[in-house]
Write a protein that binds this ligand. Structure first.
Ligand SMILES: [Zn+2]
Length: 265
């Protein structure tokens, strides 16, 4: 896959440097995706389950994701290409994640999304089965809201897995224009314009859930982030200043993940 050199199709995307060749850009996305898998494992957002994907940088109607494998073990050779029907672009014997339709349907519904994380991050799940909404304390991207998707509402009795396109589409509809949706009794989906921001958001969704749980235990009214404060924080976060915002945390998480889980290739 990485050896295949083709002219970019559809909306041509420039690399950050504006001059990298398509293959270099694709390799950079694959590297981020592999590192993202490892980071999410080391930071305890995923365990043996959960996955992260990236939209293909040259083919907006495709996405990249590992073969079915524990995220902490994923290497570059595991990354495969999927179409927006959730099926492999190049037929392959290797097993695929049954919940790949979470990714395919979100990419279909949201042209602004280039990365998707699905996890069962533990502190988030209680907010999916109670009436307590997951509201922002430290995670500004939780605005405008964090909707809760329930498979029961659209498909009746299921094993809760998003294992077909219809369930994926219903989940993407519930997500709407938001960055995070909870999945009742199961986990959550987190989206962003890049792998790095999706990883940051998945980690901070879990962190925010922990803080909110602790604040609730202390009792009394909780002062949440105001939408105005959240908008200012998001603006700062999106400035891409080296060593600031999510750039700083990515470097730290990456180092820790590589130390604990080994080489990418
Ligand atoms: Zn799941």
């Amino acid at each position: 896959m990485a050896k295949k050199r083709r002219a970019p199709q559809g909306q041509k995307k420039r690399s950050a440097a504006g001059k990298a060749r398509p293959s270099a850009e694709l390799n950079a996305v694959i590297d981020d995706l592999v590192i993202g898998n490892r980071i999410l494992y080391v930071q305890e957002v995923v365990d043996g389950y959960g996955h992260i994907s990236a939209r293909h940088p040259h083919h907006p109607d495709r996405f990249l994701m590992s073969r079915a494998r524990a995220p902490g073990l994923v290497v570059a050779a595991d990354i495969m290409e999927f179409g927006l029907d959730g099926e492999l672009v190049h037929p392959d014997e290797r097993p695929v994640y049954s919940e790949r339709f979470i990714h395919s349907e979100v990419y279909k519904a949201r042209s602004d999304v280039n990365a998707v994380v699905h996890s069962h991050s533990p502190t988030v799940v209680p907010f999916s089965v109670t009436q307590v909404p997951l509201r922002p304390i430290r995670a500004p991207f939780l605005y405008p809201e964090v909707p809760v998707f329930d498979t029961r509402a659209s498909a009746g009795w299921t094993n809760l897995l998003i294992s077909n396109a219809a369930l994926g589409e219903a989940l993407a509809q519930t997500l709407g224009k938001n960055s995070v949706a909870l999945m009742r009794g199961h986990g959550n989906v987190v989206v962003a314009a890049s792998v790095r921001v999706a990883v940051y958001r998945a980690i901070y969704t879990e962190a925010n859930a922990k803080l909110l749980l602790q604040a609730t235990m202390l009792g009394g009214p909780i002062t949440y982030l105001a939408p105005e404060e959240a908008a200012l924080m998001e603006k700062e976060q999106s400035r891409h200043r080296p060593s600031h915002g999510s750039d700083r945390t990515w470097e730290m998480w990456k180092q820790e993940a590589l130390d604990r889980t080994g080489k990418l290739r």
